[in-house]
Ligand binder design. Structure first.
Ligand code: PLP
Length: 435
């Protein structure tokens, strides 16, 4: 039996790690080192020519980080991965790798606030233009934005904060017809709930800070690829041009990223250029914490999804609550997409609004005792936040409306506590809010 035959739950605790290669250590060792003995000068030439694979410097590669990369590759059934210091680094490096210096990316306003703000205000300064569709539910709207300079389509598979979905296979067709990759941020789903490569996506990015780590203890991000997209279709010379970093020191022959790494050209290029020179490396201890989190991914996420359904039902029946947005909520317009793409559920982050004034919304949040008021999701603890003021606070009122975020939005991320206690906490907060 080879590793690729194992089921998801076996891979999440085993993939990418062989104790025999690490002094038979059962837990993945934390290689807390910046650099590695190079051996002799001939070996350095081999390492820098990629004729021998080995460790050089932790900003580029580290054995603990490498296990995380291999494990994430296995869970998503990809062919290569790169772990970086945060989800934002994963998003930013991916976009720069696709469209640096003059490309366009098509996206939707339904994004994490930091991503939206960076897309709108930062990326254009680096020559990356972002085209936002007006109606993210209309697949034709994405097709209508395609131009000769388009280099990719980017969406969140479950959006922050309202858990909106999009037809990934239809979007993959739009991208592929345009000769560009579909890039998805699969943070809210995690590979346990959704495996984007099985539905046509070409690049997956994660904030591993969230459900993957699952304990709110370490920041991290990842970029994962599979070998389906044809980077040599003429639109992406950065993967086919000979590159000075890929010179064979023995023969002086220059190679391209596709020559050297046909199945992981995308992540190798990010590793050797953006990660190497912009530098948001993941530290080995944080990689270890994220690996620990991954070991219980299915158990945590399935319990969180089950508790989320209980909480949604409670809120739907609450006389004060006006709306709940999550595919598991009554009448949600993404129910059909959820049934088609997410048989295990659509995650544990959702939003709701209740009948009240802005003062009462604040009082509600100030009154919770068990829910933690903080800007994270996917934690073992349940979290609450007023998204329009915080996670999406960089957006103007118009931008928030464009992203579908109303001023009364309260976002919950459901953790591992007993739902009875979570409901009791919300109940007493509702009572205090209207006192
Ligand atoms: N993507 C999504 C969907 C997020 O919700 C976040 C953060 O909230 C990020 C990316 C950025 O991740 P990080 O905080 O790890 O940089």
């Amino acid at each position: 039996m080879t590793q690729s035959d194992y089921q998801f739950d076996t891979l999440k605790v085993r993939a990418g790690y062989d104790p025999k290669e690490h002094n038979y250590s059962v837990a993945v060792p934390i290689y807390q080192t910046v650099s590695y003995e190079l051996g002799d000068t001939a070996r350095v030439d081999r390492l820098l020519s990629f004729s021998e694979l080995g460790w050089l410097y932790t900003r580029i590669t580290n054995p603990t980080v490498h296990v995380l990369e291999q494990r994430l590759t296995a869970l998503d059934k990809g062919t290569g991965a790169l772990a970086v210091g945060s989800g934002m680094a994963a998003v930013s490096y991916t976009l720069l790798n696709l469209a640096e210096g003059g490309g366009r990316i098509i996206t939707t306003p339904r994004l994490y606030g930091g991503t939206f703000d960076a897309f709108k205000k930062l990326f254009p300064k680096y020559g990356v233009t972002i085209d936002f569709v007006d109606d993210p539910d209309n697949i034709e709207a994405y097709a209508a934005k395609v131009t000769d300079d388009t280099k990719g389509i980017f969406v969140e598979t479950i959006s922050n904060p309202n858990a909106a979905l999009v037809d990934i296979e239809a979007l993959a067709s739009v991208a592929h017809n345009a000769g560009v990759p579909l890039v998805v941020d699969n943070t809210f789903a995690t590979p346990y709930l959704f495996r984007p490569f099985e539905h046509g996506a070409d690049i997956i990015v994660y904030s591993a800070t969230k459900g993957i780590g699952g304990h709110g203890a370490a920041l991290g991000g990842a970029i994962i690829e599979n070998a389906n997209f044809k980077w040599d279709n003429g639109k992406f010379p950065q993967f086919t041009e000979k590159h000075h970093l890929l010179r064979d020191r023995q023969t002086d022959v220059l190679r391209s990223f596709l020559d050297l790494a046909p199945t992981f050209a995308f992540t190798l290029r990010v590793r050797l250029t953006h990660l190497a020179y912009l530098g948001a490396a993941l530290g080995p201890f944080d990689a270890y914490l994220l690996l620990q989190g991954l070991e219980t991914l299915s158990e945590r996420i399935s319990k969180q999804v089950a508790t989320t359904s209980v909480l949604i039902k409670y809120l739907e029946e609450h006389p004060k609550v006006v709306w709940v947005q999550h595919p598991a909520a009554k009448g949600n317009k993404y129910r059909a997409l959820a049934e088609r793409y997410f048989p295990r559920g659509t995650g544990s982050v959702f939003s709701f609004g209740f009948r009240g004034t802005p003062v009462e919304y604040n009082k509600f949040i100030d009154s919770v005792r068990l829910f933690s008021f903080q800007a994270n999701v996917g934690d073992a603890r349940s979290l609450i936040i007023n998204s329009p003021k915080t996670t999406h606070g960089e957006l103007t009122n118009e931008e928030q409306a464009f992203a579908g975020i109303t001023p009364d939005t309260i976002r919950l991320s459901i953790g591992l506590e007993d739902p009875v206690d979570l409901i009791a906490d919300l109940e007493q907060a509702f009572a205090k809010a209207s006192e």
